[in-house]
Design a protein around this ligand. Structure first.
Ligand SMILES: [Zn+2]
Length: 287
């Protein structure tokens, strides 16, 4: 039943890939301290060594996790914040390590029972992520510049050089997108797809300057590939068996190279499995 968090067995590989197009300005800024101090009046975007705009996989993961938190809340299930020292694993790490030395099965069960869906899918200390999202390096882009008032992050005050030039990626720019997951039950695939739909529908913005209307994106050329390693005779492509007892089997036509809207229509049954799944973890947060 614990297949989603098992790394020692390989039941299923999931790939979701396609393109992301920016519908509004997009700004993935450099972290604090990474900006060139010589150009204090310019807020630079993240770029690769050859100057192409970049959305790091870690940024995607952060966006997916926080969007997931919102979706989980709507469904009435608990998720931790995922912040350092505040994950579900941080609470049970000591006990799990003790269990590991004499009963690995019990340790795995303990992790299963006491971690939220985000820790299971996106990872936590001593719990590897079930998915990885690749860095997105822009394949088509134009850079825009906009003067903005700088507010000091420390004091909330307007800084001396109040007017700074902010760099961003213009609407109509294209980034590739690729996510790989291992051992994802249908409800977990549905959860991830629902997160992508929230981003696609503009319910979630990507990057900075959200209050200025930045960060709206849409997915296109999307494909979903699911490879089950234990294929039974007569199994057809698109028949996705239930991987654990809260999961449900679905049969769908796997979307290939389609627009966001069509992708989310074709994968609706997976989203439905998530919507109806009785998620009974973490047990300590059940009422
Ligand atoms: Zn958690």
């Amino acid at each position: 039943m614990t297949v989603l968090i098992r790394k020692d067995i390989l039941k299923r590989k999931v790939e979701i890939y396609g393109e992301v197009e920016t519908l509004s300005p997009l700004r993935i800024g450099k972290g604090r301290g990474e900006t060139n101090p010589e150009s204090a009046a310019s807020m630079q975007i993240l770029r690769t060594y050859d100057e192409k705009p970049l959305i790091p996989g870690s940024s995607w993961k952060g966006i997916f996790r926080s969007t997931g938190e919102k979706i989980a809340k709507e469904k009435g299930i608990f998720t931790c914040t995922g912040l350092t020292k505040q994950t579900c694993m941080d609470r049970i790490l000591g006990e799990v390590q003790k269990l590991m030395s004499d009963d690995v099965e019990k340790a795995v069960e303990r992790v299963w029972d006491d971690t939220c869906i985000n820790c299971k899918i996106f990872g936590a200390p001593s719990l590897y992520s079930a998915i990885s999202i690749f860095d997105s390096v822009a394949t088509k882009y134009t850079i825009g510049y906009r003067p903005m008032i700088a507010i000091s992050r420390d004091t909330g005050a307007v800084t001396k050089s109040a007017l700074v030039t902010t760099e961003y990626v213009e609407p109509g720019s294209i980034f590739p997108f690729k996510l790989i997951g291992n051992n994802l039950p249908n409800y977990a695939i549905g959860y991830i797809i629902k997160i992508m739909r929230y981003i696609n529908d503009g319910l979630v913005q990507v990057g900075g300057n959200k209050s200025r209307g930045f960060g709206f994106v849409t997915f296109s050329k999307l494909s979903l590939e699911v490879t089950d390693y234990e294929v039974k005779p007569n199994d057809k492509e698109g028949k996705l068996e239930a991987l654990d007892e809260i999961d449900k089997e679905v049969s769908i036509e796997l979307p290939k190279d389609v627009k966001g809207k069509e992708f989310f229509e074709k994968t609706k049954p997976l989203e439905e499995v998530f919507n109806h799944a009785r998620i009974l973890f973490p047990q300590s947060n059940l009422h």
